[in-house]
Design a protein around this ligand. Structure first.
Ligand code: CUA
Length: 336
């Protein structure tokens, strides 16, 4: 029987919650299916047409019965709604102290990178007991990251970031699938998640091979090789906003609105810089769409996240003073 399990193993903290809800739904469905089927049979026999009997008059209005069959199902679906909502919130809201992993899906593989720099393809190693958050995007079409043993499944969509999280409970190896049809080798786009004891995981993570830069340091290299540094200078003389300490704050835009600086905003500002111009700056930045891979964008974002606020620097909220017209910084086209 173990070769053909009906349910995948429960290997994350979400798994028992999801299963309990599913068993409840199953129990409700089985109960009503049996009730309706047996009543159907019973009534068909009990009230079958007999020799010589006249058709009875239609039954009168039965208020009590109608109220009962309205309120009981209403109560049941409200329980399902409340319960389902609470499980959904638990699954969709990662806790604060997560270990973050970057995921890029492409036809037909999963590319994963730990913030220490260690890369994996179609394999993911994680420690047990630790909340792990995945920030995911796709290089081509829609994929879906699916680990049945963790009861997580999230679409991985080109052009945006989706996140999901899990806290693995039991060391072992668990199947990873792509759960969104993405072409010829969709069914082969999978691999394994290996859950290790925390100490074992630390040893594994320390085995990083030379040359595996952390995403943040790879991002720093990209930042200078793409020429970003020419405009986003740390001395506030650049044509673009200073990025130090920017992540996690809010910035004020030209139109007066305010946006939180998160991964999605940073990504958009790299591939579509004109979409949200910070107040006080001009729309000078060219798009880097196609010039940098999705992994590169994730690395740039990790670099920006790693930039601590400067000493005594003004908060990025509000309008930093733009370079004076005619100053060297205001002239000329984009640096790259
Ligand atoms: Cu990727 Cu299916």
């Amino acid at each position: 029987m173990s070769d053909f399990p009906i349910f995948p193993p429960q290997a994350s903290t979400s798994a028992p919650q999801v299963d309990a809800l599913y068993f409840f739904l199953l129990a409700v469905s089985v109960f009503f299916s049996l009730l309706i089927a047996s009543l159907l049979l019973f009534f068909a026999l009990r009230y079958r047409r007999r020799e010589g009997s006249a058709t009875p008059p239609p039954p009168p209005h039965a208020m009590a019965l109608e109220v009962a069959w309205t309120l009981i199902p209403l109560a049941i679906v409200l329980v399902i709604f409340g319960w389902g909502t609470s499980v959904y919130f638990h699954i969709s809201r990662p806790p604060d102290d997560t270990m973050d992993i970057l995921v890029v899906g492409k036809r037909w593989m999963w590319k994963l990178q730990h913030l220490s720099g260690r890369r994996e393809i179609n394999e993911l190693h994680v420690p047990s007991g630790r909340a792990v958050k995945l920030t995911m995007t796709s290089e081509d079409v829609i994929h879906a990251f699916y680990v049945p043993a963790f009861r997580i499944k999230a679409d991985v969509v080109p052009g945006r970031y989706t996140t999901t999280w899990f806290r693995a409970t039991t060391p072992g190896r668990y199947h990873l699938f792509c759960a969104e049809y993405c072409g010829t080798k969709h069914s082969e786009m999978g691999g394994w998640v290996t859950v290790m004891e925390p100490a074992e995981f630390e040893a594994w993570l320390a085995g990083t091979t030379p040359g595996e830069a952390t995403p943040a340091s790879a991002g720093e290299r990209l930042f200078s090789s793409l020429g970003c540094v020419a405009c986003h200078r740390k001395d506030s003389m650049g044509r673009g906003p200073i990025l130090d300490g920017l992540y996690g704050r809010s910035v004020k835009l030209q139109d007066g609105s305010t946006v939180p600086v998160d991964e999605a905003y940073l990504r958009e500002s790299i591939v579509n810089p004109g979409a949200k111009i910070v107040a006080g700056y001009a729309a000078l930045m060219p798009t880097f769409r196609g010039l940098v891979t999705e992994e590169g964008i994730l690395q740039l974002i990790e670099y920006i996240k790693s930039l601590a606020p400067q000493e005594g620097a003004p908060a990025p909220v509000g309008a930093p003073s733009p370079p004076a017209a005619g100053s060297p910084a205001a002239k000329g086209g984009p640096a790259s």
